[in-house]
Write a protein that binds this ligand. Structure first.
Ligand SMILES: *Cc1c(COP(=O)(O)O)cnc(C)c1O
Length: 419
């Protein structure tokens, strides 16, 4: 459920007509609905109230905008960060350091040092090597790092290959059959406080059974580790719950997910940790774009819009589908290809799609663009960095500026040896 709806034939974000924002800020522009964000945060949190002890760390990479993080901080969310930059954002948004979990295979010494100094809650170690390096840094600082060991459960998430993370051939976590030995080794390391296991098998999962299989497998590993005499008090079940991108698709709801988790973990006796991203922010945003022109095609017309793969990369990266809708539909439908201006054939949002009839100058949106949208934007083809807006009832504000090509050009230098 979201708060993007038609009123008098015009698409609104909450009480604000989208043309008002497009006219003031220009296009393309991401528009987020605060009410939708809050609602998703609460539905997920309330669903998990059936498990005895749950802590939720929002996956910052899905939408790192400061205003978004601020809303989630107020809802009691911590942060799952994967870089020093994300850590600084979480702290800047007022998230409690001990609610921050640091994931990722490539944490640098500088990032680990900063995270220890900030007093973050947990490091999710992805290798023995990383654990030993962190231990040394922690000892040098006179600190102890609370850690979970990320395990690769070798389960097929059944999602797109580029967002699968839990198969043996993926770079993430330690191999399942080595995990108990590595855990024991790290427990012996001064500077570390090993407290549990972590897993995350992929993103945009449309079914719960791969998650259940992975949780069950890692639950068995937890028992094995405990039998060897080591404590496990925290289990981090990662993120991955998907959202429908096509109208009419049915996905597991947070309540279904929570019921499965409660069933599988009933006798675990741990604090459960969660790292949802997309399920919180996906429906929170749309990308507003304007049609530049409609170009005649061999089979179908090309609807050329002013948003491109640099603004919304998911279709080019993962063949992802985003529903497309006119902001002020005229009631007619056409079959068309939707493309951006970038000089690459991968700059294609849809082929032979049945869409609202649009023409030069019309506004339209891609829906469900709140997760992995603006955060993946870049300036390819010397385009501007796309701006972001947040709506709250009848109020709205720019929460990330458009960065003009001239500003980016101004950061470049011609060295003396060229003059
Ligand atoms: C990306 C990621 C998440 C969030 O995934 P979603 O599919 O957005 O829920 C959680 N944990 C880790 C370690 C990740 O890399």
């Amino acid at each position: 459920m979201d708060h993007f709806h038609y009123q008098d034939g015009v698409l609104h974000a909450e009480a604000v007509p989208l043309p008002r924002i497009a006219d003031a800020v220009g296009t393309p522009v991401y528009v987020y609905s605060r009410a939708t964000l809050t609602r998703h945060a609460r539905v997920f949190r309330d669903a998990l109230s059936i498990v005895p002890s749950a802590r939720i760390a929002f996956a910052v990479k899905s939408n790192p905008n400061l205003a978004v993080l601020k809303v989630l901080a107020a809802e009691g969310y911590g942060a799952d960060v994967v870089s020093g930059g994300e850590l600084e954002r979480a702290l800047a948004a007022g998230m409690a350091p001990d609610g921050v979990v640091f994931s990722g295979v490539g944490k640098t010494d500088a990032e680990m040092t900063r995270a220890l100094e900030a007093g973050i809650g947990q490091f999710n170690l992805e290798s023995l090597e990383e654990g030993l390096e962190l231990a040394e840094i922690a000892r040098g600082l006179g600190r102890t790092a609370a850690c979970a060991l990320r395990v690769n459960p070798d389960v097929d998430a059944g999602t797109h290959g580029k967002i699968s993370t839990g198969k043996a051939e993926n770079k993430f976590g330690v191999p399942f059959d080595r995990a108990a030995a590595i855990y024991a080794r790290l427990c012996a390391e001064p500077g570390l406080a090993m407290r549990g296991l972590a897993l995350h098998i992929g993103s945009q999962l449309s079914r719960l059974d791969p998650l259940e299989a992975a949780f069950t497998k890692v639950g068995g590993l937890m028992r094995e580790i405990r039998k060897s005499g080591y404590a496990v008090t925290h289990m981090d079940l990662g993120g991955g719950v998907g959202v429908p991108y096509k109208a009419g698709e049915v996905f597991p709801q947070p309540a279904d997910y929570a019921a499965m988790v409660a069933r599988v973990t009933a006798d675990w006796g741990v604090t459960l940790m969660f790292e949802p991203g997309r399920v919180i922010t996906g429906n929170t945003g749309v990308l507003v774009t304007r049609v530049i022109r409609v170009k005649e095609g061999a089979v179908h017309p090309w609807v050329v819009i002013d948003a491109a793969m640099n603004d919304l990369a998911r279709p080019a990266l993962y063949d992802a589908w985003h529903d497309f809708a006119a902001v002020a539909p005229n009631g007619q439908r056409i079959t068309a290809n939707i493309v951006g201006p970038i000089c690459e054939s991968s700059d294609t949002f849809a082929m032979a799609r049945d869409i609202d009839d649009v023409t030069r100058g019309d506004l339209a949106v891609f829906r469900t663009a709140g997760a992995y949208g603006a955060t993946m934007a870049n300036t390819y083809n010397s385009r501007a960095m796309v701006p972001e807006v947040m709506v709250d009832g009848d109020r709205w504000a720019v929460v990330a500026d458009r960065i003009a090509p001239a500003t980016i050009l101004a950061a470049e230098r011609v060295p003396d040896f060229l003059v």
